[in-house]
Write a protein that binds this ligand. Sequence first.
Ligand SMILES: Cc1cc2nc3c(=O)[nH]c(=O)nc-3n(C[C@H](O)[C@H](O)[C@H](O)COP(=O)(O)OP(=O)(O)OC[C@H]3O[C@@H](n4cnc5c(N)ncnc54)[C@H](O)[C@@H]3O)c2cc1C
Length: 157
Amino acid sequence: MAAALTGLESWDPLLVEAIKNTQPGTIVRWKLSLRNPQPKWTSAGGHIVQVGDAAHSLLPTSANGAAMALEDSVSLTECLRLGDKEGVAVATKVHQVLRYQRTALIQHCGFVNRRELHNPSMKEVTERGNAFLFYGKWLWQHNAEKYATANFEAAEY
Ligand SMILES: Cc1cc2nc3c(=O)[nH]c(=O)nc-3n(C[C@H](O)[C@H](O)[C@H](O)COP(=O)(O)OP(=O)(O)OC[C@H]3O[C@@H](n4cnc5c(N)ncnc54)[C@H](O)[C@@H]3O)c2cc1C
């Protein structure tokens, strides 16, 4: 397999070693399947809810799938706290309302970032300064727990 790759001398030797020691027939081609934003994360009764990639699968080029899964967990926890025992079914649905647009936008960013990163001219990309064009404070400074606290009551589900 290593013989099929060119320019290995510029690679990290550990990586080259790993490739050379990989036995034939042991590689799984883990195909990335693109998904449109899923419109419904909860069961009809609101007692089952999907979070993380199950709710909004992200391309690796979103570079935020784990971050979004963690945000989901704090948002859902806060919604369940605010909904209390009687409001569990409502809380899960409100959680989706509060999370849907943000995660859908980051899904979309994954497509844009991928296009940039696959640009045949990396020179062009680096001259522009950043392959992750749309990322900034809106992404990094979001506090999913505080957002849920502030918007739970007003959310229409
Ligand atoms: C190449 C690559 C690069 C990435 N880079 C970044 C990055 O820079 N930053 C970032 O934030 N995210 C990144 N991500 C995305 C991130 O890894 C995922 O979005 C995140 O792991 C999703 O977490 P999750 O808990 O929703 O799902 P997963 O981490 O997929 O967890 C699901 C778990 O469920 C288990 N499971 C599946 N079926 C069953 C079953 N029937 N019964 C029991 N268990 C089951 C699986 O084994 C798995 O352990 C990257 C992903 C890839 C592939």
